[in-house]
Design a protein around this ligand. Structure first.
Ligand code: CO8
Length: 258
């Protein structure tokens, strides 16, 4: 299907999804979120795709949910229609790694979109914020929960209560982003990280993502047990034999399990 609000390119096992509403700072409206969900589901099901990168423009990753779409809605409207409510489900359920490559504004739903990805690589121009408080509402796509887990209560609370923006350097210091690169190098860096992931054993990649995400959902003891079972189960794969043999033979591993 041809998309209108996003651009999808698949090359070398990486699906690059570019948000494309330049006139609205990539604000997330129902149409864009529907397309994004569909593109992520398709990439997850596509055997050729091993990693997904989501990005925006130089100016804005996404400046939040579309305020024009929300402004006239009543409680009954948003509650009955569950406005934007299930938008991130395809991303939450995606088994393949998703990297957010963020330049410019990542605000409100845009910051929440970056956080629902598996990790964030930021340009030095990136600005993160949860400014919903300025609109008389609060975050609604996971911001109060994910930002708090990522940067701790104090900073998260301050960001949500004041609506102030965090620059890329502060975001890296706070643990919100994995690293910051010059804006010109953003896509090259994100695509190189994605490429690296595509070269690993894909069974290990899925297990690894599952294990790290488990740490958000369970106790330490249960999480460690889950990790150990996944670790042990990977000894049933050809890729484990190949990976360890390749190390001992001082050569590059050729992973072949799907
Ligand atoms: N929605 C709709 N349009 C937007 C948005 C947005 N979030 N952000 C920017 N735009 C539009 C502007 O209206 C403007 O359009 P136009 O030219 O037609 O007036 C265009 O993009 C350019 O924006 P600006 O002229 O404002 O550009 P500036 O460079 O001056 O400022 C900012 C850029 C700082 C990004 C500014 O536009 C801004 O503050 N935007 C709003 C940020 C915001 O408040 N985001 C939070 C939105 S609410 C939200 O995300 C809730 C998510 C949870 C939903 C959950 C449901 C379950």
């Amino acid at each position: 299907m041809a998309f209108k609000s996003i651009i999808v390119e698949i090359e070398d096992h990486v699906a690059l999804i570019r948000l494309n509403r330049p006139d609205a700072m990539n604000a997330l409206n129902s149409a864009l979120l529907g397309e994004l969900g569909q593109a992520v589901r398709e990439a997850d099901q596509n055997e050729k795709v091993r990693c997904i990168v989501i990005t925006g423009s130089e100016k804005a990753f996404a400046a939040g949910a579309d305020i024009k779409e929300m402004a006239e809605k009543s409680f009954v409207d948003v509650y009955s229609d569950n406005l934007f409510g299930d938008s991130f489900t395809p991303l939450e359920q995606c088994r393949k790694p998703i990297i957010a490559a963020v330049a410019g504004y990542a605000l409100g739903g845009g910051c929440e979109l970056a956080m629902v990805c598996d990790f964030i690589i930021a340009a030095d121009t990136a600005k993160f914020g949860q400014p919903e408080i300025n609109l008389g509402v609060i975050a609604g796509l996971g911001g109060t929960q994910r930002l708090t887990r990522l940067v701790g209560k104090s900073k998260s609370m301050e960001m949500h209560l004041t609506g102030r923006f965090m620059d890329a350097e502060e975001a890296e210091r706070a643990g919100l982003v994995s690293r910051v690169v010059p804006a010109k190098k953003l896509m090259e860096t994100a695509m190189a990280a994605a490429q690296k992931i595509t070269e690993k054993s894909q069974l290990s990649v899925v297990a690894c993502k599952e294990a790290v995400n488990r740490s958000y959902e369970t106790t330490l003891a249960e999480g460690i047990l889950h990790e150990r079972r996944l670790f042990q189960s990977l000894f049933a794969t050809n890729d484990q034999s190949e990976g360890m043999a390749a190390f001992l033979e001082k050569r590059e591993a050729q992973f072949r399990d799907r």
